[in-house]
Design a protein around this ligand. Structure first.
Ligand SMILES: Cc1cc2nc3c(=O)[nH]c(=O)nc-3n(C[C@H](O)[C@H](O)[C@H](O)COP(=O)(O)OP(=O)(O)OC[C@H]3O[C@@H](n4cnc5c(N)ncnc54)[C@H](O)[C@@H]3O)c2cc1C
Ligand code: FES
Length: 291
């Protein structure tokens, strides 16, 4: 049972050094939507698999031999240690190569890297989790963690938005979480279909449907850039303190552990200072373009 409360990382598990991936096999592939799959992977070395732990919000570097590497968040339950889930939108060379490899394919894996969601700071707070599109992937381990440690926080609300109902990821789990009633789940879509009976509009519109007591609320956001900005600013306007708002950011990665500078974001490195940032620490340059 994971009791990791430090949002910094457990020691990365790699091959001979932090640059060296360890061999892992794709043991299952689940279709989430038309362009997104969840790949369950397992280290070939059982001892590595047994040692691997991550904090919700951390990421791995997945390597497809002969193609390259991509940073991908771990999307599975942190207390399910037999396999690791990665929910991946098929956009470019590495992600399409993973799809071609499919079940049984052999890849390299380095990680976990980065700073995850602030488990310790969350204690006793009402939690609002805000996700857009595939941004639900890095929040899914957080949801599982909160379900395992339900008394760690007060009320938990998930606000999730995507373009259409067909774009949802983890559609079955969204329904299960909602039906279990342990967390409140509100899903909105930009464009409804005839079967869609839920809210229509962008995620920040869902804020009207919940009441937040600013001082006791903590907000975790992961989505496209515009959603991250809108959500952060909306909660600040509701007087949620800046150090209660956390945002997960993306940058091009190379090393993943603070050596190459590829992921520089103002004075920070996304791979080591993030990908989860406290808004108070990045407020000065959060909305600046070309940072
Ligand atoms: C911390 C972190 C966590 C992440 N977690 C996830 C996750 O959980 N799931 C996920 O799906 N992604 C995640 N990403 C994003 C993922 O790392 C990138 O999408 C990655 O680039 C995919 O690799 P690729 O080789 O498939 O795509 P790339 O080939 O790198 O292409 C990426 C994007 O660039 C575009 N592109 C590619 N080549 C060109 C070109 N020549 N000119 C213009 N545009 C081009 C593609 O259309 C695509 O939109 C994460 C990123 C970070 C930093
Ligand atoms: S990816 Fe190399 S410093 Fe962040």
């Amino acid at each position: 049972m994971s009791q990791v409360l430090d949002s910094r990382r457990p020691e990365p598990i790699c091959g001979m050094d932090t640059w060296m991936p360890a061999a892992a096999r794709i043991v299952d592939v689940r279709q989430e939507n038309f362009n997104t799959r969840t790949f369950q992977v397992q280290f070939v070395d059982e001892e590595i698999q047994a040692r691997y732990r991550f904090v919700p919000g951390q990421f791995n570097m997945l390597y497809v031999p002969g193609v390259g590497e991509a940073a991908i968040s771990v999307s599975s339950d942190p207390e399910q240690t037999e396999t690791l889930g990665h929910t991946i939108r098929l956009v470019g060379s590495v992600t399409h190569a993973l799809e071609r490899l499919g079940k049984g394919g052999l890849i390299g894996l380095r990680g976990p890297f980065g700073r995850g969601w602030p488990l310790e700071a969350m204690k006793g707070h009402n939690m609002v989790l805000v996700a857009g599109g595939i941004g639900l992937a890095p929040l899914r381990p957080m949801i599982y963690w909160l379900l395992h440690h339900r008394d760690h926080c007060q009320r938990v609300v998930l606000l999730y938005g995507c373009r259409t109902p067909e774009d949802r990821v983890f559609a079955e789990e969204l329904e299960q979480w909602d039906q279990q009633g342990v967390i409140e789940v509100l899903v909105t879509v930009d464009n409804a279909t005839s079967q869609w009976a839920g809210p229509v509009g962008v995620v920040p519109h869902l804020l009207r449907r919940i009441r937040v007591s600013a001082e006791r609320t903590m907000v975790l956001v992961c989505g496209p850039k515009l959603l991250n900005r809108a959500a952060a600013w909306n909660f600040l306007q509701l007087h949620v303190p800046a150090d209660h708002v956390y945002v997960s950011l993306e940058r091009n990665m190379n090393c993943g552990f603070g050596r190459c500078g590829h992921c520089q974001y103002g004075p920070k490195f996304v791979c080591t200072d993030g990908p989860v940032f406290c808004f108070a620490d990045i407020a000065d340059f959060f909305a600046k373009e070309e940072i």
